[in-house]
Design a protein around this ligand. Structure first.
Ligand code: ATP
Length: 446
């Protein structure tokens, strides 16, 4: 029997990472002959939640008591972490033991002096319905509705502070992975949590070449590695991809001055576009992530801060779309759009007035630019000029006149090509599906 453990909101902007709770919980559970029966889960939730710390991630651990060791999915201080077979029933005492172990770990590690850190833990033997996951990844969930459900069920739970972490904790254990990816996370020694690692860029480029099913390792335009967290956290680096076995190669390839104290492969919803809802523009509401299809209705312009904004319209309405400054070179693509271009846009809607923060854009059909020019003078071979509206053309040099229907019709070629474009890896949302992955799926490679 599986015990589902969900945890969220233990970190703050100045430290910790909720995924590290998994390391400390597993360390303690392994001593008690318990183990995980499936990959630990790192579940990203609605990226538009204003009270998130960074990437709105929660974790779920599926715990059991089987004896057969199946595969190694991590290591803590040299000790392997196995996925075990889930064969023995769990007593109520055991479930309570797991719950108190997780609570102890949270008490020890959560950032208790930050008002925005409000941990939550949920432990249950019955998997909650996946509707909790879908509403938490796609909309804003009220704590009261989560509390109502927790109270009505036979589950163990605890919240600290305003208890908001219970929302993410419940969502994490409700996830039934359909589409999924993996992330190998490595962790620093505790005395090095506040150290920024030095690393060899070439080793990260090598990693990117060798791991065929991995994504977002290196941003070649910005010339920087994307596997190292920007904030100072217990995480040394994280490598994402579709093949968990391949990810282990990172441990041999990536060169840093800090030696990982632990590593663990998580099953995740990163790179799946699970946050995206296909809607018509009239149905867009703040804090949704959407896929819309429409026509560019206002020319892109650069506004203060270097952001590029433009408008898109469909039969139900019109909305501003933005490629913000951190999306760097992606803005150059967006600036080439013109009114009349048919596009699909994936993006998140944060604030009122609603603006779609573009994550990907597909140019479905380019508007043709057709212009009418005066003809060349048949005598002087120079370009003629207009003789007035509807009055044809005249040559300034020799006075030759030609009628209006001698105008030359020309099509100006567009630099922009039809196709799909995305923000660079440095600006990627965790949940956003990279084009590399879209293409691999089309070819049945993941
Ligand atoms: P990190 O990714 O670094 O672990 P974080 O960005 O996940 O940090 P948290 O500290 O976990 O941020 O804060 C997010 C908070 O928002 C949590 O309390 C979580 O329960 C809550 N939350 C997550 N999704 C929703 C949602 N859809 N509606 C309401 N609250 C949510």
């Amino acid at each position: 029997m599986t015990i589902y453990v969900g945890v969220d909101d233990t970190d703050s902007k100045v430290g910790m990472c909720t995924t590290y709770i998994a390391i400390e919980v597993l360390k303690r559970l392994m001593k008690e002959n318990l183990g995980i029966v499936s990959y630990p889960r790192l579940v990203r939730l609605n990226p538009n939640i204003p009270w998130k710390t960074r990437g709105n991630g929660a974790i779920a651990l599926l715990i059991g008591t089987g004896s057969a060791r199946e595969q190694i999915i991590g290591e803590i201080n040299g000790k392997p972490i196995f996925i075990i077979s889930d064969e023995e029933p769990c007593s109520n005492e055991l479930v309570e033991d797991v719950f108190s172990t997780v609570c102890e770990v949270i008490e020890e590690f959560y950032i208790s002096d930050d008002k925005n850190t409000n941990p939550g833990v949920v432990v249950t033997c019955i998997k909650p319905p996946s509707t909790f996951y879908w509403s938490t990844v796609r909309s804003v969930v009220k704590l009261e509705s989560v509390m109502r459900w927790l109270e009505s069920q036979k589950v163990l739970y605890k919240g600290w502070g305003n208890k908001r972490g219970l929302i993410g904790a419940l969502a994490a254990i409700s996830w039934s992975p359909k589409d999924k990816t993996y992330e190998l996370l490595t962790y620093k020694n505790r005395n090095e949590w506040l150290k920024r690692p030095l690393y060899d860029k070439e080793s990260v480029k090598m990693l990117d070449k060798v791991l065929r099913c991995s994504f977002d390792n290196y941003d070649y335009v910005e010339d920087c590695a994307c596997i190292f967290p920007r904030a100072l956290t217990p995480v040394l680096y994280g490598v994402r991809g579709d093949d968990p076995k391949e990810l282990k190669l990172a441990l041999k390839i990536v060169k840093t001055n800090l030696r990982p104290y632990a590593w663990l492969i998580f099953e995740t919803n990163q790179g799946t576009d699970d946050h995206i809802v296909r809607v018509c523009i009239g149905k867009i509401r703040p804090r949704m992530s959407v896929l819309i299809e429409g026509i560019v209705s206002e020319k892109p312009k650069i506004i203060e801060g270097g952001h590029v904004i433009f408008k898109v319209q469909d039969d139900t309405g019109e909305i501003y779309c933005a490629a913000y400054e951190p999306t760097k070179g992606f803005r150059k693509i967006v600036l080439q759009l013109i009114p009349g271009d048919k596009v699909k846009i994936w993006g998140s809607v944060k604030e009122y007035p609603n603006t779609v923060n573009v994550e990907k854009i597909e140019v479905i059909e380019l508007k043709r630019i057709i212009i009418k020019r005066p003809p060349l003078c048949p005598i002087c071979k120079k370009r003629m000029t207009s003789a007035g509206k509807g009055k044809g053309f005249k040559c300034k040099r020799c006075g030759t006149r030609l009628p209006e229907d001698t105008a030359v019709i020309e099509e100006i070629p567009r630099k922009l090509k039809e196709g799909i474009y995305e923000v660079p890896p440095v600006a990627r949302r965790h949940l956003s599906m990279p084009i590399k992955r879209i293409k691999m799926r089309e070819r049945g490679l993941c």
